[in-house]
Ligand binder design. Structure first.
Ligand code: ATP
Ligand code: MG
Length: 582
């Protein structure tokens, strides 16, 4: 196929778009791949659509290869199935809800577990029908709180979602493994550098769950891995190992001290160490009680929650949100303190929280027998040696404290190092949550019903365009991997002579005949403009037909390395075909 730049629906931009913070967004807009149509909504222009389709093709090939079958649901869905699973409300503000002319409630599908489950229930009844894996490549809608970075986080985006249906846990484990292997093949073929990390299962419910994160500074996810083992987890999923409980016997009594002007951990530690208490304190000896408020989907009112973490750590809101999902979490405001005068800002202790019915959850390091310096619920006062399990009993634990580089790995081997990534895929074992909601059973060999167990597996297809661009670009523009490039060869005619144009035409035609797709810059603009556009657009091989043609040579440039080679014009088609076929 030959795509002529002289008539291609493409306008490249010299300037970065004002709203673009990350390289992929900047370059995809500048190179004319996408255009913003709405907040979090992007139009795909010809070159962008080709990259998107190439990614879809790789995804489909590998899904088909594991025996998954493609189907397609509408995006416009009735409320009832989502009500049956509770997700109509659990999804909160993220769901686009609408009404039809008769007043019936609809939603634009954010993910399709319900529909897949109902469809399998409608078609299958016997154990002999199972297992089955189904998938679709479809547009999803989520009213994201923070759409960002172009197609990286849209409110309308393309997802491949697949679902497995098995009779038992071993079957589910096998379907999960098949998807895991397929995802590895897909992301390898797409030329991505990525990590597979343990994940939380979020609003989907379920147990075993892993994410595929494309390593990128611009990624929204932080993950950690161990220096000494294969342990890797999204920080949201890191489970803090709890130290053993300690004996309460013989621990010193709790004592309230006057600690003037110590509303922060730092001022408190300085004060204690200057007060001649006979021992050295660090921030890790203090218990910081952070007040937040939570709201379960469907509720109007916010509920206060106290979160206790060792004072040397911040509360990581993303971890806290993940731990409390599907509830929403918000910071408290001045009005909350005014409404609850027992809360003494800067001096909040477990005592006042629990005496006033506020749930108090603590970091797993805060175990029975540990002694803390914490707020005494009185301005300018702290209590020293407040012992967990003796002086206060938390209502439970919560994974809210920040995870830091250098922390011991939860598997006991090595320490943690952190990196950032873009979530490109997520696989999880749902178990029977949806099968239970819709009573999806198969009639077993003994005529008894067997409850089906499910897995759910997503890939952010449109997000992948951006994720690949994040990893494959330089200061001049995009540098596509072969598997997704919008054309195999970018052929530039540099010069005004008819002979140069004719030479270009001939090479383009021969390449096309051999199945090599050519982006042919046959415009009459200056060579400088053409070269700049070729770098920006990012086809991996650039061929320049110019002055050298008179001597019988053309120039072949590798976009990634910048390396240029002169190739005999009679051999160039062969040469390029070889490059493209790898
Ligand atoms: P995130 O944590 O990034 O919001 P998620 O956990 O909500 O993603 P899933 O429900 O697991 O996402 O969806 C499957 C895949 O769809 C994700 O792995 C991601 O690649 C992609 N995806 C999710 N939300 C978006 C979005 N707003 N824009 C583009 N792709 C998305
Ligand atoms: Mg996810």
């Amino acid at each position: 196929m030959i795509t002529r730049m002289s008539s291609l629906f493409l306008r490249t931009l010299r300037e970065d778009p004002a709203d673009a913070e990350v390289p992929s967004h900047r370059l995809l807009v500048r190179a004319g791949y996408v255009r913003r149509a709405a907040p979090g909504g992007y139009s795909w222009l010809p070159l962008g659509l080709r990259v998107l389709r190439n990614i879809e093709r790789v995804v489909r090939e590998e899904m088909d290869a594991i025996g998954a079958q493609e189907i397609q649901f509408p995006a416009l869905l009735p409320k009832e199935p989502y009500e049956a699973t509770g997700r109509w409300s659990e999804y909160g503000d993220t769901v686009f809800r609408l009404k039809d002319r008769k007043g019936a409630d609809y939603l634009l599908g954010p993910t399709h577990e319900e529909l897949f489950t109902l469809t399998v229930k409608g078609e299958y009844s016997s154990y002999k029908d199972y297992p089955v894996m189904l998938y679709q490549v479809q547009t999803k809608y989520r009213d994201e709180a923070r759409p960002r970075a172009g197609v990286l986080r849209g409110r309308e985006f393309v997802m491949k979602d697949s679902y497995s249906f098995d009779l038992d846990d071993e079957g589910l484990a096998a379907s999960y493994q098949k998807h895991r292997d397929a995802y590895i093949k897909i992301f390898d073929r797409l030329g991505l550098d990525y990590a597979i990390v343990a994940a939380t299962s979020g609003a989907m419910g379920g147990s075993a769950s892993e994410e595929f994160l494309a390593t990128a500074e611009s990624g929204e996810d932080t993950y950690v891995r161990s220096t000494a083992s294969g342990y890797a987890a999204n920080v949201e999923a890191v489970v803090t190992p709890a130290p053993p409980a300690r004996d309460l016997a013989g621990l010193p009594e709790a004592q309230v001290h006057h600690t003037p002007d110590t509303p922060t951990i730092e001022t408190l530690v300085d004060f204690l160490n200057g007060a001649g208490m006979g021992r050295e304190f660090t921030a890790a000896d203090t218990l910081k009680n952070v007040l937040v408020k939570t709201r379960t989907p469907g509720e109007k009112e916010w509920t206060l929650l106290g979160v206790g973490v060792p004072g040397d750590r911040e509360v990581d809101m993303k971890r806290l949100e993940a731990a409390l999902e599907p509830a929403e979490v918000a910071l408290v405001e001045e009005a909350d303190f005014t409404a609850n005068p027992f809360l003494v800002k800067g001096y909040i202790g477990p005592g006042a929280l629990q005496a006033n019915g506020i749930r108090f959850l603590v970091d797993p390091r805060i175990v029975t027998g540990t002694a803390w310096v914490t707020g005494a619920d009185k301005s300018d006062h702290h209590v020293v040696d407040l012992v967990c399990g003796r002086d206060f009993t938390p209502d439970g634990t919560v994974e809210a404290a920040e995870v830091r580089e250098g922390d011991a790995s939860p598997d006991g081997q090595g320490t943690l190092v952190a990196a950032r990534g873009i979530e490109i895929g997520h696989i999880f074992q749902l178990g029977r949550k949806y099968a239970d909601a819709f009573e999806l059973d198969a009639l077993g060999p003994d005529a008894k019903p067997v409850r089906i167990t499910m897995g759910s597996y997503g890939i952010g297809v449109s997000r992948l365009v951006a994720a690949i661009a994040e990893q494959h670009h330089d200061e001049l523009g995009l540098v596509w991997p072969r598997a997704v490039t919008p054309a195999d060869v970018h052929l530039v005619v540099a010069g005004k002579d008819d002979s140069v144009f004719e030479g270009g035409e001939r090479i383009a035609a021969e390449l096309s005949q051999r199945g090599v797709s050519v982006l042919f810059d046959d415009r009459t603009v200056s060579p400088g403009v053409k070269f700049a556009d070729a770098e920006l657009i990012g086809v991996p091989t650039i061929v320049v037909v110019g002055k050298g043609l008179a001597k019988g040579v053309v120039e072949v440039k590798d976009r990634a390395s910048g390396e240029r080679t002169e190739v005999d014009v009679d051999a160039v088609v062969e040469h390029l075909t070889g490059l493209v076929r790898g």
